[in-house]
Design a protein around this ligand. Structure first.
Ligand code: DAH
Length: 345
C-alpha cells in the first residue's frame, strides 16, 4: 500500500476509535500513545519518509502533517467533552432535593402533651411516679381496703419479686396513675396542683376498646378551700379547650373509693350533639374521665390534715381522648406500630 493511502486509512480508523472508545482522560491518553507515540505506525512512516525526495517528499509531509493535526484535534476535542461532562459522583445541582425521612411523635405522646399543656397555664406542675408500684400506694393509701370488692375492678398484674419494703405490700404494675397522688403528698406540703402522665397496666384481653397497657393523666389540687365548684370549673375549661369552645360537659354522680363525692365527666357527643348515634352508643354523651373531692382517708395517707385542707382529683385515659379527637375506633392501632397509621399524625 502506498504511504498516501495508508495515511488516509490511519486517520479514519483513529478518528473513529477516539470518538467511540474514550470514556475517560486515561483512555484519551492511551489513544494518543497508540496513534502518535514513538511506536505508532505514523512515527514509523515518518522514519521511512527519509528516503523520499522531491515532489514525493513534499506531498508526503503535507499529507502527514494534516493527518497528524487532525488526530491531535480529535484527541483535544474528546478531552474537552470529558471535562464538560460531570463524573459519576459529582453533584448535579439541577436535580430536585431528596426528602429526608422525618420522625414524628406517637399520637399518644402528642395527645398526652396536649392534655398537659392545657393544665400548665392553670398552675399545675407535671410530675411522674413509678410504673412498678407497691400494693400500698396502688390500693391501701387510696382507701381501697384489702377485702373490698372494689379491688376487683382494678384487676392487677403482680410482680413476682420479693417486696423491698414488705410493709408496703407486694410489688405490682400500677393499674392507674392515682397512686402518685399519695406519693406526692408525702413529699410536698399543700397547696398542691399537679398533673401526672403515665403508663398503666391491667390484665384485660385485647379488643377494640381494651388493652393490657394504656396511658392516663391524673390530676390533683389541694389547698385550704378548693371546692367541687373549682373541680367543675377546671374540668369544664379543660374540656372546652380540648374538644372545642362549644363542648357541653355533664358531671354524673359515680363511685370511686378515693373520692367523695365522686363523678364521671361526660362531654356531649360531637357527632350527634347529644341526640344519640353510633359513636356515643345512642347515649348522646361520651365519658371522658373520673373525678371527685379527695377522700379524707387519702389526705391522711399523704400526711395532710383533712380538717385543714381539701382538694379534688381526676383521672383520664389518654388513648380514649386520642380516639375521640381523631375518630379512631380501635385502641390496638396505637400499639401495633404500623407506619401507615402512625404517619397520619
Ligand atoms: N383511677 C381511676 C381509674 O383508673 C380514675 C380516677 C377517678 C382518678 C377519679 C381520680 C379520680 O383521681 O378522682 O379508673
Amino acid at each position: 500500500m502506498d504511504a498516501g493511502r495508508e495515511l488516509e486509512q490511519i486517520l479514519q480508523t483513529a478518528q473513529e476509535t477516539i470518538r467511540t472508545q474514550t470514556k475517560s482522560e486515561q483512555e484519551v491518553e492511551r489513544q494518543r500513545v497508540a496513534w502518535l507515540g514513538r511506536k505508532s505506525r505514523l512515527t514509523e512512516l515518518s522514519r521511512q519518509a527519509a528516503s523520499l525526495a522531491g515532489e514525493q517528499k513534499i506531498s508526503f509531509w503535507r499529507q502527514f502533517n494534516r493527518v497528524k493535526s487532525a488526530i491531535e484535534g480529535e484527541l483535544a476535542g474528546r478531552r474537552q467533552a470529558l471535562l464538560a461532562q460531570p463524573a459519576g459522583d459529582a453533584i448535579d445541582v439541577t436535580l430536585p432535593g431528596r426528602a429526608l425521612p422525618q420522625g414524628r411523635l406517637h399520637p399518644i405522646t402528642q395527645t398526652m402533651e396536649r392534655i398537659l399543656s392545657l393544665f400548665v397555664p392553670m398552675g399545675f406542675d407535671i410530675l411522674e411516679g413509678p410504673e412498678v408500684e407497691f400494693e400500698y400506694y396502688n390500693f391501701d393509701a387510696l382507701n381501697i381496703p384489702r377485702d373490698h370488692p372494689s379491688r376487683e375492678s382494678f384487676d392487677t398484674f403482680f410482680v413476682d419479686l420479693p417486696s423491698p419494703q414488705p410493709g408496703k405490700g407486694r410489688l405490682l404494675l400500677r393499674s392507674h396513675t392515682s397512686p402518685v397522688q399519695v406519693r406526692v403528698m408525702e413529699q410536698r406540703r399543700p397547696p398542691l396542683r399537679i398533673v401526672v402522665p403515665g403508663r398503666v397496666f391491667r390484665p384485660d384481653p385485647l379488643d377494640p376498646s381494651h388493652s393490657f397497657t394504656f396511658h392516663q393523666v391524673e390530676g390533683l389540687m389541694v389547698d385550704g378551700r378548693t371546692s367541687f365548684a373549682d373541680l367543675k370549673g377546671v374540668l369544664d375549661h379543660f374540656s372546652k379547650a380540648l374538644f372545642g369552645p362549644h363542648t357541653k360537659t355533664r358531671f354524673r354522680p359515680h363511685y370511686f373509693p378515693f373520692t367523695e363525692p365522686s363523678a364521671e365527666v361526660d362531654i356531649a357527643c360531637a357527632a350527634c350533639h347529644g341526640k344519640g348515634c353510633a359513636t356515643c352508643g345512642r347515649k348522646g354523651w361520651l365519658e371522658i374521665m373520673g373525678c371527685g373531692m379527695v377522700h379524707p382517708n387519702v389526705l391522711k395517707a399523704g400526711k395532710y390534715d383533712p380538717r385543714k385542707v381539701q382538694g379534688f382529683a381526676f383521672g383520664m385515659g389518654v388513648e380514649r381522648v386520642a380516639m375521640l379527637t381523631h375518630g379512631i375506633h380501635d385502641i390496638r392501632l396505637f400499639f401495633e406500630n404500623d407506619l401507615r397509621f402512625l404517619e397520619q399524625f
